[in-house]
Write a protein that binds this ligand. Structure first.
Ligand code: ZN
Length: 305
């Protein structure tokens, strides 16, 4: 081996641990497509983003694939929704990744919930009850105003990973926030007919959406987050729904259809089927079109017969 070659190899070894040496882009893995879109918006050309979930899964139980550990092994950072939304699969995957840079409390672990004050924080935590929301309700992606906080957490995380590009991330953050603000103003107008409407969903994932658009999420088909309904619970729920004149039953696409249909029929509420993350349907490819879809679908359900 000639001297210049050795020098080249040494130079390569020296820069190899730095992220820029490989492909020139930060390799980011997100748990759900919403976060992938947000990370692309903020990271622009500086990031190469992959989402583990495609958008049709249950965020509390994304099925494992061997490819996930490989992806995470080569990642510069992982972006999670946080509030333990991913607690059923992320801790195991992070172990399997054998990547010290993306473990919790490392620079490569970006939690998008850090600026959000969660609702429904349990006063007493008993995981033996099967509670899927130990830190409070984690479905913050359903509220486009909270999405602004999530995007801000992503911009902070990228700036910590790649300080020389902090100004670019900040500029991209400002641009996407302006886009979100415009969409929020439009949704608030369009969604005016949703104000005061009552809904029951299969799982308590519509809470932040309902809050944002002045709706009232009065109950769930599940007994509690992650706990299957009992006949007694359904009977009580239907009674409550008739008494309170509930307008909508929301069946999230990752939950079974039959029971939601039965409850809607028994109580005269309209049944509406909704995704709870981006990417699950052809017209919900990115975050803004996902919220668009949900607002529009609810409005149509209330209008129709
Ligand atoms: Zn949940």
């Amino acid at each position: 081996m000639t001297r210049p070659m050795i020098a080249l190899l040494l130079a390569a070894a020296f820069v190899a641990p730095g992220r820029a040496a490989a492909a020139g882009k930060l390799k980011i893995v997100t748990t759900i497509p919403d976060l992938a879109d947000m990370t692309r918006q903020v990271g622009g050309d500086l990031v190469d983003v992959t989402s583990l979930a495609t958008g049709v899964e249950d965020i509390h139980a994304v099925p494992m694939k061997p490819s996930f550990a490989v992806l995470l092994n080569g990642a510069d950072a992982v972006v999670v929704m946080g509030l333990e939304a991913e607690h059923a699969f992320m801790p195991g995957l992070l172990d399997a990744s054998r990547n010290p840079r993306i473990q919790r409390d490392q620079t490569g672990y970006i939690d998008t919930s850090v600026y959000v004050t969660p609702l429904d924080v349990p006063v007493r935590l008993d995981r033996s009850l099967g509670d899927q929301h130990p830190m409070g309700n984690p479905h913050i992606n359903l509220d486009p105003v909270l999405a602004k906080d999530m995007v801000r957490a992503i911009a902070d995380g990228l700036a910590r990973l790649d300080p020389p590009h902090e100004a670019t991330f900040k500029a991209n953050l400002a641009a996407f926030t302006a886009k979100l603000d415009a969409a929020i103003a439009r949704w608030e107008k369009e969604a005016a007919p949703l104000r005061g409407k009552k809904l029951v969903s299969y799982h308590p994932d519509l809470l932040y959406f309902a809050d944002r658009f002045g709706m009232d999420a009065v109950g769930t088909i599940e007994l509690r987050a992650g706990v299957d309904p009992t006949p007694g619970h359904i009977e009580q729920l239907e009674e409550q729904m008739r008494r309170e004149k509930v307008d909508l039953v929301v069946r999230e696409l990752n939950y079974p259809a039959t029971l939601a249909e039965t409850v809607a029929r028994a109580t005269g509420a309209k049944l509406v089927e909704l995704p709870v993350m981006a990417g699950g349907l052809p017209d919900t490819k990115d975050y803004i079109s996902f919220i668009d879809h949900n607002v529009r679908t609810m409005l149509e359900a209330l209008k129709g017969g």
